[in-house]
Write a protein that binds this ligand. Structure first.
Ligand code: FES
Length: 172
């Protein structure tokens, strides 16, 4: 992280700043730091799905907090990406409930279908496969998250249908 303070308005665009302001307004006066998770998500969305050190710092400065505090948040939660990802990030839960209900098959089916392993991005930049911990949908395991949508009770047929929907430009 840089030691020179940056100007958030140089890195966060008008829409991002307006959205961040709307989050800050949800919290009591002086508690703007509470919007840090939203701020990091907004910055990440603006940046095509990942967040750089500079953007983390921009969010921190805007929220009047130490950059290291925002950095700690950005590196703790799996929803933040610290390097570029594909346009469709597929996060597969392999935690206990999903493991018992077939997450290994979900992983291998998608790895075979997309030609990449967990942690990799397709050469065309369309897909990233990511292994994640419990996403809180254990009751309908196995599950995965694609972008912002959850997909549960996964089967090979459902996985194929999800990929085909993406390929055809449909919304999930
Ligand atoms: S274990 Fe997979 S969602 Fe909880």
């Amino acid at each position: 992280m840089s030691t020179k303070q940056i100007n958030p308005s140089n890195l966060l665009n008008t829409d991002s700043l307006a959205e961040l302001d709307s989050w800050i307004a949800k919290y009591p006066e002086g508690r703007q730091m509470s919007a840090v998770m939203a701020g990091l998500r907004i910055a990440q969305d603006q940046n095509g799905g990942w967040i750089s050190d500079e953007l983390i710092e921009a969010v921190a400065v805007y929220l009047d907090m130490e950059p290291i505090e925002a950095y700690e948040v950005a590196t703790f939660y799996s929803m933040y990406e610290r390097s570029p990802v594909g346009r469709h990030k597929i996060s597969i839960c392999t935690n206990i409930s999903c493991m018992l209900r077939g997450s290994d098959e979900v992983v291998s089916h998608l790895e075979n279908r997309l030609g990449i392993k967990l942690g990799e991005t397709t050469e065309d930049g369309r897909y990233t496969l990511k292994e994640v911990e419990c996403l809180g949908a254990c009751v309908n395991a196995p599950m995965m998250q694609v972008g912002r949508s959850y997909h549960e009770n996964l089967t090979p047929e459902l996985l194929d249908s999800i990929i085909e929907t993406i390929e055809s430009g449909g919304s999930l």
